[in-house]
Write a protein that binds this ligand. Structure first.
Ligand code: 1GP
Length: 233
């Protein structure tokens, strides 16, 4: 069975708690050539700000996914292709492995299983909010990361393994090791991508690169360069 992300190279992650640069609209963001938009963030996420971003992107022709950071911000919206739910394999707190999920399955109206996929996160930047929040053990070498990727796919049947360096560019050797740890699963890489070269470096190994802050800080031309690099790699 094929999944939409089998064909993706590039994802834009829009944080509903962050503004877009002056003069940039969600329409501009959707027209960058990215394969999909994930709406999500770690801090300051509410149902209201999630809804506002999904509403703003809904009329544009790009697949939209919600990446809820907690069970209370899941929104129902016809424009959403699906829900990508994080589980953090190297979390120190079990809440981010299965604890939040125990609440997730009990949200009002239940999870829409046909549109829900898990993302197996490996969090690597100890200074990122997501690392602090999940108490992640980021002291991992390439072998550890490859092993986590393999555990995620082979033992836990994860379709998406997400190497998360949020806020900093990752180590190419570690991204390569993560790629070596997966077979069929799709490897997402996110963190610190800021231009063509950094995008190309990560996209050599990752199946899909995820670009976040650049869209909020630099705008659409910079994002387009990363889309191009993802396609070239
Ligand atoms: C964050 O992986 C994404 O969840 C992207 O990271 O904001 O550093 O691009 P950046």
């Amino acid at each position: 069975m094929t999944a939409p992300w089998d064909d993706w190279n590039h994802v834009l992650k829009i944080d509903p708690d962050k503004d877009l640069p002056e003069g940039v609209t969600y329409g501009d963001i959707c027209a960058t050539g990215t394969d999909a938009i994930e709406v999500g963030g770690t801090m300051g996420i509410t149902e209201e700000n999630m809804q506002a971003v999904v509403d703003a992107c809904a009329e544009h022709d790009v697949p939209l996914y919600q990446e809820p950071s907690s069970p209370d911000v899941v929104i129902e919206h016809d424009a959403l292709e699906g829900y990508l739910i994080p589980t953090v394999f190297n979390a120190g707190s079990p809440f981010w492995i299965t604890g939040a999920h125990k609440e997730w399955v009990r949200i009002d109206d239940g999870l829409d299983w046909d549109r829900t996929t898990l993302e197996a996160y490996i969090v690597m930047n100890p200074d990122a909010d997501v690392a602090t929040y999940t108490e992640a053990d980021c002291d991992l070498n390439a072998d550890d990361v490859a092993a986590y990727a393999e555990v995620a796919e082979r033992m836990f049947g994860q379709e998406i393994v997400y190497l998360e360096y949020s806020g900093m560019l990752g180590d190419e050797g570690i991204v390569e090791a993560a790629a070596g740890g997966v077979d069929e699963a799709t490897l997402f890489y996110g963190g610190g991508i800021h231009d063509y070269d950094s995008a190309y470096a990560m996209a050599q190994y990752a199946d899909v690169i995820v670009v976040g802050d650049l869209a909020h800080e630099e705008g659409v031309d910079a994002v387009r360069e990363t889309v191009e690099a993802a396609a070239d790699a």
